[in-house]
Design a protein around this ligand. Structure first.
Ligand SMILES: Cc1ncc(COP(=O)(O)O)c(C=O)c1O
Length: 388
């Protein structure tokens, strides 16, 4: 009997049973789906098969493969944002009674999660000075210490850490290490090759690269930990959208071409700023004058376009006038896109445990892919307003 129009409208255009009608395009298809149709009744409960669209569809699966290549890991777990990657790893691995050591220069929302959520679940956080030697840091460990969180360079103040030495000492003691590797974008620093247990990054920044998507990733070479991270995604019910995974994968294709441009332009602007009379110091580990330069040179193969600028003492009004006079540098937080950005940082520094003593107000610049002469002209406008 011919099918009724009602049924035909519901069914026409669906992929045929047992095959795909897709042409072989350069990029993987954006496969959107919650339901995955199984070939027979026996496969419905076969754990070795993909049975549910929350994970494993084409674009996220292909992104995971490409990121595993970037990180040098067997697999990568995807999260709906960079912050979700940090918090997701912690939720997967920590339990009540554990203690963690978190670098004081960590991305501020990481700290908020530790203070507001982990504390509620009975996990205690100690913030440590990024300048601590690996030995001094290990001396803070107690029998309950489960995880050390590193970030190098640190958020806003750009301190470097001796990552391999900390990872080696923590491994010897059975303590997990996790690094927020967003600054190096998984490209200029390879945490797993330096002994770190888990490398996390906000793909939202340089990997996405166009300021139009949120995502995060966690990579580990430890299969047991990797399975725990994957299981937690199922347990919590998080997933990433196939459209977003497609967008991030497209960004990843040009990461190795974009980052050297951010590095070169960023360093040119940083060196120009070092000569400005209004500037006390530029916080950028690739500058020879930076206290973290030796560690950066030893462990990293490059730098991105994000760095700090400490001004000589100036009023808040003058700092606001500087920022408000900028035209090409947008005033916004989420860096790593193609465009230049600026923020002032002092309100965020108040949350640190170890007081930050700088000569004057702190700015953070993200140097995008614009022409550097145009960006310098923009900063000159800012300094004119600051001095007015
Ligand atoms: C160092 C660092 N880590 C993580 C994140 C969080 O990324 P997302 O915005 O995707 O949550 C950010 C965002 O600014 C960041 O700067």
């Amino acid at each position: 009997m011919p099918l009724d129009e009602e049924t035909r409208l519901v069914r026409k255009g669906a992929p045929p049973k047992g095959g795909s009608v897709l042409a072989r395009t350069v990029n993987p298809p954006v496969q959107r789906g919650s339901t995955v149709l199984m070939p027979n009744a026996a496969s419905l409960y076969d754990d070795s098969q993909l049975t549910y669209g929350i994970t494993g569809l084409s674009s996220p699966a292909n992104l995971q493969l490409a990121l595993a290549e970037l990180e040098g890991s067997p697999d990568v777990t995807l999260y709906p944002s960079g912050l979700a990657a940090i918090t997701g790893v912690m939720l997967a691995l920590l339990k009540a009674g554990d203690e963690i050591l978190v670098v004081d220069s960590a991305y501020r929302p990481t700290r908020r999660f530790c203070d507001r959520v982990l504390a509620r679940f009975g996990v205690a956080t100690t913030y440590y000075d990024p300048a601590l030697s690996p030995d001094a840091l290990m001396a803070l460990c107690t029998p309950r210490t489960r995880l050390i969180l590193l970030e190098a360079p640190g958020s806003l103040t750009f301190e470097m850490q001796d990552v391999p030495a900390i990872a080696a000492a923590a491994n010897a003691r059975g303590v997990l290490t996790m690094i927020d590797n967003t600054w190096a974008a998984g490209f200029y620093f390879k945490p797993l090759a330096h002994g770190v247990t888990i490398s996390v990054q906000a793909l939202t920044k340089y990997v996405g690269g166009h300021s139009d998507v949120f995502m995060g990733s966690a990579a580990t070479a430890d299969n047991v930990i990797g399975n725990q991270l994957g299981d937690a995604m199922w347990d919590i019910g998080w997933s990433v959208s196939p459209d977003d995974a497609y967008t991030v994968l497209r960004g990843l294709r040009t990461l190795a071409t974009r980052l050297p441009a951010h590095q070169a332009k960023g360093l040119e602007i940083a060196r120009w700023l070092q000569l400005r009379p209004e500037v006390a110091r530029v916080l950028h580990p690739a500058l020879e004058t930076d206290p973290g330069h030796a560690l950066w040179k030893r462990d990293f193969t490059g730098a991105c376009g994000l760095f700090g600028v400490v001004l000589k003492p100036a009023s808040q009004k003058a700092v606001h006038a500087f920022l408000d006079a900028l035209d090409l540098f947008g005033l916004g937080f989420s860096w790593g896109g193609y465009e230049s950005l600026a923020i002032h940082c002092d309100p965020q520094l108040k949350n640190r445990t170890v007081p930050v003593n700088l000569e004057g107000p702190l700015l953070r610049l993200h140097v995008g892919l614009e022409n550097t002469a145009d960006l310098i002209a923009d900063l000159e406008r800012g300094f004119a307003a600051l001095n007015a």
